[in-house]
Design a protein around this ligand. Structure first.
Ligand code: 5GP
Length: 200
């Protein structure tokens, strides 16, 4: 997605050879116009899949997920990372190791918001080692619903998450794929697959 790639080129900052900071438009401040376009792109890519619900994880997955939900006209559920007094009964839970926080947390969703007839689109901001997406897919499985696909805003193709998820048979659509952050330079995927996904 050209608009996203331009934004990453102009505003992304490389914190290390494995971490990209995009606080100006996705992880702290949010660019609503870009999120709208991202939501539209996810909706286009998963059009015709019969998606009934979107599942994401707080907090940075929420903005792109809501915009996709608006375009697909389906509700958006976000998994909570922290315990909440209002979220105690009938929880679907999974353990997720956070790549950026380097700690494991229990994520949870009320079983009221996922049911066995749901066809779920999982959305997240970044894909690194795939732990967040795997945890969300586990929650979908506990609800006996099915995962129709996984939509990622920025995939770091040099980490293993993309191949783990694709090997498990999930359809993963990433709007930008980064192949390297070495030496402070952001290199985008130029392979036919990456290019096709980027320009589609
Ligand atoms: P994974 O679960 O795939 O290992 O990592 C994905 C999660 O970690 C995302 O939800 C995202 O919040 C965070 N994350 C992973 N890599 C990065 C990164 O390079 N930059 C930022 N800002 N977040 C990341």
């Amino acid at each position: 997605m050209e608009q996203l790639i331009e934004k990453i080129k102009n505003e992304g900052s490389v914190l290390s050879s494995s971490v990209l900071k995009v606080d100006t438009f996705l992880n702290h401040q949010i660019d609503p116009q870009l999120m709208l376009a991202i939501g539209k792109e996810f909706a286009k890519r998963f059009d015709g899949c019969g998606i009934t619900r979107i599942l994401t994880i707080e907090s940075s997955g929420i903005a792109p997920a809501v915009m996709a939900g608006m375009h697909l006209n389906v509700p958006v559920v976000f998994a909570r990372k922290r315990k909440s007094l209002t979220l105690v009964n009938d929880l679907l839970t999974a353990s997720v190791y956070s790549f950026t926080k380097q700690e494991t947390s229990e994520i949870s969703v009320s079983n009221k918001y996922l049911s066995e007839n749901d066809k779920v689109l999982i959305i997240d901001d970044f894909l690194a080692n795939g732990q967040a997406a795997i945890g969300l897919a586990e929650i979908v499985c506990q609800a006996k619903a099915s995962v129709s696909g996984i939509g990622i805003v920025i995939e770091k193709g040099f980490q293993e998450g993309g191949s783990i998820l694709r090997e498990r048979g999930y359809r993963v659509e990433s709007l930008a794929i980064i192949n390297s952050l070495e030496n402070g330079i952001i290199q985008f995927d130029q392979s036919p697959v990456g290019k096709a996904e980027i320009t589609r």
